[in-house]
Design a protein around this ligand. Structure first.
Ligand code: GYE
Length: 324
């Protein structure tokens, strides 16, 4: 068998780096090497979350950051216990994605007393003392909800009579559930025909979305629109809608948030109608912030990720190269 030429090997290696490392090609900063980072993750509830965890692991390896990753199974108590273990282990920096907004003051005060800086990422916290964390890295969830509402207003502009909307919310008490609900409600409030007739927690999972939507379909015969707070819940709802012989995307218009590969595929097929992007690939930016807080450099209090929206054509265009 002929051996591949050196040139071919180099080209292939280059391609692999280019494809696999799209998000993690930032130069490694010397400041990051050897830092011990304790990271408490929410759980494994959605495609978004799995991509977020993978991005953080990958970026930590690239930056030579020693990552102690704990996954909390959606329970705040587990996160608090993990943060206490990080404090006891005297890690250099703690980062976490808080499952819900409130209830963090005490444990964050403990981290502050121990002199360990904390970075909040993805979801925001509601603390009485904002000096308890160094920065928040993540999306603008209110803007995401607003974009969903704005599309709806535009889509039903010429519609006569009431439009019945149901909402499958994210985990009760979580920042994305609270803020997406608010942004959405704000954007549709001027149009009095657009009415949210029911709203329930689907916990950001497919199973939760399917169950909540089945309930909605039993109780309401006239649903026009579903706003699901993430793709997974929306895709679970698609199953429930198909199970009663209705056509998702046609009989019931569906808007979701995240823009995962599965969400965009369903959009390209016409089962979803509009998807708001929420980017989980936060690892490289997180490692950069970790390096900076560790070395005492100044960082912004809030780092917001740039995001877009997708209709069917836009979904088809990006799907071949979608990373998550
Ligand atoms: O939209 C959802 C995940 O906090 C932004 O959590 C994140 C949300 C995301 O489970 O899919």
């Amino acid at each position: 068998m002929r051996r591949p030429s050196t040139f071919l090997v180099l080209v292939l290696a280059g391609l692999l780096t280019a494809c696999g490392g799209g998000e993690d090609t930032a130069p490694r900063s010397a400041a990051q090497g050897g830092i011990r980072l304790g990271f408490s993750q929410v759980g494994a509830e959605s495609a978004w979350r799995l991509a977020n965890t993978a991005s953080i692991e990958h970026a930590a390896t690239n930056a030579s950051v020693q990552l102690d990753l704990r996954v909390a199974d959606g329970k705040q108590d587990n996160q608090i216990a993990a943060i206490r273990e990080f404090i006891a282990a005297k890690v250099d920096v703690i980062a976490f994605s808080p499952v819900v907004e409130s209830g963090w003051d005490k444990v964050l005060q403990e981290a502050k007393d121990a002199g360990i800086p904390v970075i909040v990422t993805d979801r925001t916290v509601d603390t009485t003392d904002t000096s308890l964390f160094a920065t928040v890295l993540g999306s603008d969830f209110t803007a995401e909800g607003r974009k969903a509402g704005e599309w709806l207003v535009e889509h039903f502009r010429d519609h006569k009579g009431p439009v019945q909307i149901v909402e499958i919310e994210g985990t009760t008490g979580s920042a994305p559930a609270n803020q997406r609900r608010t942004g959405f409600a704000d954007a549709i409030k001027a149009d009095t025909d657009l009415k949210v007739i029911d709203s329930r927690d689907g916990n950001f999972t497919r199973a939760g979305g399917e169950q909540v939507m089945s309930g909605f379909l039993q109780e309401h015969s006239d649903i026009d629109v579903l706003f699901a707070h993430n793709d997974d819940a929306g895709l679970g709802a698609v199953k429930a809608i198909e199970a009663v012989g209705k056509r998702p995307g046609e009989d019931i218009k569906i808007i979701t948030v995240d823009a995962s590969r599965d969400g965009l595929s369903a959009l390209a097929e016409g089962r979803l109608n509009y998807v708001i992007e929420c980017n989980p690939l936060l690892g490289p930016q997180l490692m950069e912030l970790v390096g900076k807080v560790k070395t005492g450099q100044s960082i912004p209090r809030r780092v917001v990720v740039d995001e877009t929206t997708f209709d069917r054509e836009a979904a088809k265009a990006v799907l071949p190269n979608r990373q998550y």
